[in-house]
Design a protein around this ligand. Sequence first.
Ligand code: BG6
Length: 485
Amino acid sequence: MSHTIVIFGASGDLTSRKLVPAIYNLMRCGKLPPETRIVGMSRTPMSDAEWRSLLEASTKKFIPEARFDAETWAAFAAGIFYQPGDIGVDEDFARLKERLKAIEGDLPATRVYYLATAPSFYEPAVEALGRHGMAEESVGPRRIVVEKPFGTNLETSKKLNACLHGVFHESQVFRIDHYLGKESVQNLLALRFANTIFEPVWDRRYIDHVQITVAEEVAVGRRGDYYDAAGVLRDMFQNHLLQLLMVTAMEAPAKYRADTVRNEKVKVLDAIRVLDPSEVLDASVRGQYVGYRHEPGVAEHSQTATFGGIRLEINNWRWQGVPFYLRSGKQMSCRTTQIVISFRQPPLQLFGGGIPGHTEGNRLVIQIQPAEGIQLHFHTKVPGAGMRLRMTDLDFSYSEEFRDRLPEAYEPLLLDVMQGDASLFARSDEVEKSWQIIDPFIAAWRDPAAPRIDLYEPGEWGPASSYRWMEEQGRSWFDICPILS
Ligand code: BG6
């Protein structure tokens, strides 16, 4: 069956940077049928030819040079169409419907609607699709992809879910979180559930705590308007960090299927203790990089956090008593996403008792990006007299093992949407529960009575208070910048 991908927000950044390059590459590798079409809609008046040439230039820019070739592009571009229109204008939707009919002909096609617009257009677009009968599946599957942010709190996410469910069945809805498209995140499932040696120690008996860090070097740049309202909790925690936590903490599903995988993920969220806002300050630390208030679109006295560290407890048999520390920030020392499983110290200090560093527990470091890989840190005897020990590691690196570049996260996810596999997409209850967990942090951080936000210099791992906070709990952050080969 042929595919039609309808992109709302066709002239936006996401379309040119991520979506079209990903679809082009899938076509180039023969993963999508040659009769796959892209139909873009946005308000900018443009012809098919004009949009094709804009996309050609941006695709060349955003994919590696070796992947672009004029002939493949020409064949791909023949399936690209543009329909100018306003989501708020009913006649424009009627025109889009007619255009799609003309392009697809009488043959059944799988149709994917991709909401790549500003979030305020999500509900109007869904309602219009409903009014025009465009979610109806008698002539082929109809699916809808919703980008983040999925609401701004529990209440708005419920409202958006209700709107979607008024038009689409849950099985037609794909809430995308591009972190789940990353190879190294999916590999975490393989690491845990395709091997036997990790699972027996993957619990409270052996693990002291877990650290999940998403550090970015970039500043907020041109997104000041959006970011100042969102802050790091809405931008990174409610979605990407909680997804990483779920994959780290979930139980093995009985089968690798969308419903079974998502059931296990939701159970993790269910077991997380939702804090009262009065408990949040003790369970978190926040900061803002120096210079943030001069970014365009940011309020002069903004108290928005560009850095956050939070502690969550998962109250189930596997994890009770094992804190999960989640940390993310902009303008930090380096770009790295990593999960550190920090194992307990040995019960007895056999060697050189009291020598600092001796009793550190083992660590399993899962490097999600950019130096994708896994390292196991363990003590080794330093050659020579005496039992002097040092931490050494076993090191697995994707780039050494697999020579090919890793695919962009959007590629596998878009392919999954075409194939109707929702395993790596968030379900409605998952999104609502994640807001329920993050909302008290947002409320407490925004409270005018909360202490003023701590500042940090760009290039640091957050404010000094973040280190103190960990020390008070008898632990320390692992600040590891990956070595890029
Ligand atoms: C986005 C956030 O969802 O993820 C951005 O809105 C952030 O602020 C980005 O920079 C990080 O994605 P990645 O894939 O570069 O880690």
